[in-house]
Design a binder for this molecule. Structure first.
Ligand SMILES: Cc1cc2nc3c(=O)[nH]c(=O)nc-3n(C[C@H](O)[C@H](O)[C@H](O)COP(=O)(O)OP(=O)(O)OC[C@H]3O[C@@H](n4cnc5c(N)ncnc54)[C@H](O)[C@@H]3O)c2cc1C
Length: 367
């Protein structure tokens, strides 16, 4: 018997568990893997975004802007490795300059700090970079995700919660006003809980089909959009994160860093049918073509396959980008059940703000 059961120990489930256990709810996180944060949460760019791109009335905007501040503060408080590199968004053609101006307008509507970059300063800080015009976002940076996951796990434990690893959610139904939740670790067992929260990322639709009382028509279908990263074995000439112009479904093949100073490029985007993290090395030419547009000095021999990640989309390839979906009984009809879907980028950045948002839903009687 507990207050809250959370399906999924990625950064979203852990951040929710941290906030709700801190506010007094007894909380259990179910995680099927032997480590927390091993799926999408550790297969991303690790970028702390500023909240530039999305419409001002989107949760993606408000939660990213709040999450950015909360994450930097948390990283400082917990001594988590991170760095505010700042981000240059670059336009390489007149067509892209028009798009850059739209990004600037949207970022200003979102009240995010951004400005037109001084071209000579960007070139000085990022030698070899070719572009016509650039914007600079000072509050973008990178965080060490495994350290963030460990800090969240420590806090959950500190506030009396539990992250149950190697534990799969099987199914759930309401019984006398409580959820009866069936799980499996080395053996099958069940838990009773006042609240149930689904934040199982790429598996969210499958898990929803095992919750009695949820209608298929009220939830989103999951689509998978795979992205590859190549690492660069040479020394980076860049001081900032470098982003070309975003397209409809991704932020483009950008320059990112790990916190040891290594440089990587990616992710690309391709919609796929199943969760499969294999690496397609044939994509190297596509990457080189894209990178060459802004960094012709790249040495192809130093570009090597790194890893892949899969975006948990709730839109098809030809549809426009959707907001994060955080559903309560208003949308799906089931009291005390909160369902998160489509938590793609900027989910990592937004995670602590999502935790606060969900905690407010619980404390205000789940509107
Ligand atoms: C290529 C890529 C790049 C990205 N870059 C960034 C970025 O730079 N900045 C940013 O802010 N965001 C970024 N994101 C988005 C960010 O990574 C995600 O929003 C975030 O990691 C989602 O976390 P999650 O906890 O919802 O999902 P996950 O990390 O996938 O966690 C879900 C968990 O649920 C568990 N689970 C599933 N089914 C069950 C079950 N039946 N029982 C028990 N456990 C179960 C899984 O094992 C998994 O650990 C990126 C995403 C991708 C794919």
């Amino acid at each position: 018997m507990t207050d809250v059961v959370i399906i999924g120990g990625g950064v979203i489930g852990l951040a929710i568990a941290k906030v709700v256990s801190q506010s007094g709810f007894e909380t259990i996180v179910l995680e099927k893997n032997d480590r927390a944060g091993d799926d999408t949460s550790s297969r991303n760019s690790g970028v702390i975004h500023a909240g530039l791109y999305y419409p001002e009335d989107y949760l993606k905007t408000s939660l990213c802007i709040e999450g950015n501040k909360l994450l930097y503060k948390y990283a400082i408080d917990k001594n988590i490795n991170h760095k505010k590199y700042g981000k240059c968004i670059i336009a390489s053609s007149d067509f892209e300059i028009a798009k850059l101006e739209n990004i600037l307008k949207q970022a200003k509507r979102n009240n995010v700090e951004i400005y037109e970059a001084d071209i000579s300063k960007v070139k000085e800080d990022n030698p070899g970079l070719i572009f016509k015009k650039a914007l600079f976002s000072p509050s973008s940076g990178v965080i060490d995700v495994p350290e963030y996951v460990t800090a969240l796990e420590g806090d959950i434990q500190h506030y009396g919660g539990l992250v149950s690893l190697n534990t799969s959610f099987l199914n759930a139904e309401k019984e006398n006003g409580q959820f009866r939740i069936n799980c499996e670790s080395d053996q099958k067992f069940s838990i009773s809980s006042k609240f149930l929260i689904n934040c199982s990322g790429l598996n969210s639709e499958d898990n929803l089909s095992s919750i009695k009382g949820i209608q298929k028509k009220d939830i989103y279908k999951n689509y998978y959009a795979k992205g590859h990263y190549f690492k660069y074995s040479g020394k980076t000439p860049f001081s900032n994160l470098i982003y070309p112009i975003a397209d409809q479904h991704s932020l483009g093949i950008h320059v990112g860093f790990d916190l040891a100073g290594g440089m990587r490029f990616g992710p690309d985007i391709e919609f796929v049918d199943k969760i499969d993290y294999s690496f397609d090395e044939n994509l190297k030419d596509k990457f080189l073509k894209s990178i060459n547009q802004y960094w012709p000095e790249i040495n192809p021999d130093k570009l090597h396959p790194d890893y892949t990640g899969i975006r948990p989309k709730i839109t098809k390839p030809n549809e426009t980008m959707q907001d994060f979906s955080i559903q309560t009984k208003k949308q799906h009809g089931l009291d005390r059940f909160i369902n998160l879907q489509g938590i793609e980028s900027p989910g990592l950045t937004s995670s602590l703000a999502i935790g606060k948002y969900v905690n407010n839903l619980l404390t205000q009687g789940e509107k």
